[in-house]
Design a protein around this ligand. Structure first.
Ligand SMILES: [Zn+2]
Length: 130
């Protein structure tokens, strides 16, 4: 099955660790040690309480589709989705390795990775195997 190509992300000082971990096959989120909330996109300052006491945490990589949209007129077609992780944050992402007709809200998904045009690993999601 042919698949869309993915543009390179903008990598900032705040997100550099996140992207390096993706290259190692890991999905990281940021947790705040002051209020214990997890947030995404990763930021140095907690968006909940403005503390700079934030730490990296490896996510389980498991979540559920919150909402999705299949771009059927694109060539090749692709599916974008909001996925809510077990950690409680919601990411805008793509669903791959899936029958787009079988997608549904609340479907369990797991993280997988694709290389961007420039070779950066990009976390995406596919239907969970179990
Ligand atoms: Zn906080």
């Amino acid at each position: 099955m042919s698949e869309r190509s993915y543009p390179d992300p903008d990598i900032t000082m705040e997100s550099e660790t996140y992207w390096q971990a993706a290259n190692d096959g890991k999905l990281l989120v940021k947790r705040c040690d002051s209020c214990n909330e997890v947030h995404f996109y990763p930021r140095a300052i907690c968006p909940g309480c403005m503390s700079d006491n934030t730490v990296w945490q490896e996510a389980s990589g498991k979540g559920r589709i919150y909402s999705y949209s299949v771009m059927r007129r694109a060539d090749p077609p692709y599916a974008i989705a909001y996925v809510t992780l077990e950690e409680g944050i919601t990411m805008l992402t793509n669903i791959v390795d899936a029958d787009f007709n079988a997608l549904s809200v609340d479907m369990p998904v797991e993280v997988t990775f694709r290389d961007t045009e420039g070779g950066q690993a990009l976390p995406l999601f596919r239907p969970a195997k179990d």
